[in-house]
Design a protein around this ligand. Structure first.
Ligand SMILES: Cc1cc2nc3c(=O)[nH]c(=O)nc-3n(C[C@H](O)[C@H](O)[C@H](O)COP(=O)(O)OP(=O)(O)OC[C@H]3O[C@@H](n4cnc5c(N)ncnc54)[C@H](O)[C@@H]3O)c2cc1C
Length: 458
């Protein structure tokens, strides 16, 4: 028996990868009543929303392969249109990134008339220069052999490149906060560069934006789970694993509770498909000896994300229909800047507050709610009342991709935890990759390979 703890995207992807090679029965235990973890859909009144808006792009190769293998419905795919909105729903800057393969995209950034609209010449030149310099450097920092290059923040890298302040405010800052959920001043530059390599410098379509037709559960989690179940994978929701214990026979005992009843199951291998804080808790509840992998978790930190879903009237939806599915709210002098990014869904708008505007108390929330109402009235000409909104705050949305967040070792990237037969996959286990659905899926596939090697070497 192979037991996977956690039914988020990492757990589901791990089961799919294991199923291809392992002969043992596979079982996923998920503590919550529903699968999908942080990237799951919800029904709000009769509206389909997600547990926080998720930006997914064409570069998510492994996620898209998983969806396709499971026969999930195709997501809505549009070329990236990087739009910055000023007052009165007016588009101030717009960069339609073509679905061309690199280097077409870099040249596009610089061509007057064809490249970004509303970008001064200095911004366009700076963007083209940065992309071409990165290409020449092999998508690393100028001198990756220097010890401090790992610790370079995005802010420092941009300042060394003398990037114009306006371009930082309108492009680099929202990009960094959106992709890494970490503030510019401490976000790790090498990770942002990896994101750029895979998207802007990736193959044709790598920058395209993908949005589920309904929500992440209907168009992703549920079809994947159904496909796994058809292949014999057992999936048990509402089952929390309390602790795991190595046995003398070199196997593992998994103790879990469901509806108040405790049971114990023996496993040949256990895979923790859990974020670092949940892994830390399970490790400590299991009284396992500290290893290099488990020590690293204590050096990681979180960042919160709040998403405010706003129910739109037909008239409001019509009025905003000229905007892309996903756009940036520019910072405007004299206006609060709480909402940073907006996603347009059917009859609903999702406004994202990431990285810096963390909501820690009811007072924070009240203050931000009233500031956001002012901001959206001015920027989107949107009037709404509190009962037209649904706030979702995920305090541990992602690990903080800061310069001092330790990278996973090669062993960890293969799923090793330091204890034989106990593995882990998660979104912090792909080197130089931020917390995303794609890193969860990639880590799951690498861990499944590690599990197969372990089982065949027994
Ligand atoms: C608001 C928000 C916005 C985000 N935006 C983006 C985005 O734009 N693009 C993007 O790609 N990614 C985004 N992410 C990150 C993305 O959601 C995660 O990286 C990804 O979902 C991680 O999947 P996972 O399976 O590794 O972890 P999780 O989704 O956390 O799954 C772990 C699962 O384990 C379960 N569990 C925990 N403890 C136990 C236990 N003891 N026993 C059994 N089960 C247990 C949990 O209930 C959970 O279901 C966002 C996340 C949030 C919260």
């Amino acid at each position: 028996m192979l037991i996977i703890i956690g039914g988020g995207w990492a757990g589901l992807a791990c089961a799919a990868a294991l199923k291809r090679h392992a002969s043992q029965p596979i079982c996923i235990f998920e503590a919550a009543p529903r699968l999908g973890g942080r990237a799951r859909g919800l029904l709000w009144s009769d509206r389909n929303i997600d547990n926080g808006q998720h930006l997914t792009i064409g570069a998510y190769e492994r996620t898209l392969a998983l969806l396709q293998a499971a026969g999930a419905p195709a997501w809505i795919r549009t070329p990236l249109n990087w739009c910055g909105l000023g007052r009165d729903a007016k588009i101030e800057q717009q960069w339609r990134v073509p679905s061309l393969a690199w280097p077409g995209r870099a040249l596009w950034a610089a061509i007057p008339g064809l490249g970004p609209q509303g970008w001064p010449r200095a911004w366009r030149l700076s963007m083209a220069q940065t992309l071409i310099a990165l290409h020449r450097q092999g998508w690393t920092l100028p001198d990756p052999s220097r010890a401090d290059s790992e610790n370079q923040s995005v802010a420092r890298w941009l300042s060394q490149r003398r990037v114009p302040l306006g371009l930082i405010q309108h492009f680099w800052q929202p990009l960094t906060e959106g992709a890494l959920n970490t503030e510019l001043e401490t976000a790790r530059a090498s990770t942002l560069i990896r994101v750029l390599r895979d998207s802007l410098a990736g193959p044709a379509g790598a920058c395209d934006v993908l949005v589920p037709r309904h929500n992440l559960s209907i168009d992703g989690v549920e079809p994947i789970a159904a496909w796994l179940a058809r292949q014999g994978v057992k999936i048990e929701s509402g089952h929390r694993v309390k602790y795991v214990k190595p046995t003398e026979a070199g196997r593992w005992q998994v103790e879990l509770v469901a509806s108040g009843t405790q049971r114990s199951i023996a496993a040949d291998a256990v895979i923790m498909a859990l974020p670092f804080h949940a892994s830390q808790r399970l490790w400590s509840d299991s009284a396992l000896a500290l290893t290099a992998a488990s020590r690293r978790w204590s050096r990681l930190d979180h960042r919160a994300i709040t998403t405010i879903w706003i129910a739109l009237t037909e008239e409001q939806e019509q009025r905003l229909s000229h905007l892309p599915k996903w756009f940036v709210l520019n910072a405007i002098a004299g206006l609060p800047h709480c909402g940073q990014v907006v996603v347009r869904r059917e009859r609903t708008l999702g406004v994202v507050i990431s990285a810096q505007n963390a909501i820690r108390s009811d007072q924070d929330r009240d203050r931000i709610a009233s500031q956001l109402a002012i901001q959206l009235r001015q920027q989107l000409k949107l009037e709404y009342s509190a009962c037209d909104t649904k706030w979702i705050t995920e305090k541990t949305a992602t690990w903080a991709c800061t310069v001092d967040a330790p990278q996973p070792s090669l062993d960890e990237q293969e799923g090793q935890t330091g204890l034989p037969g106990l593995f882990r996959c998660a979104d912090d286990l792909v080197a130089h990759y931020p917390a995303t659905i794609e890193s969860a899926v990639r880590s799951a596939e690498a861990t499944a390979d590690g599990v197969i090697r372990f089982l065949s070497g027994r």
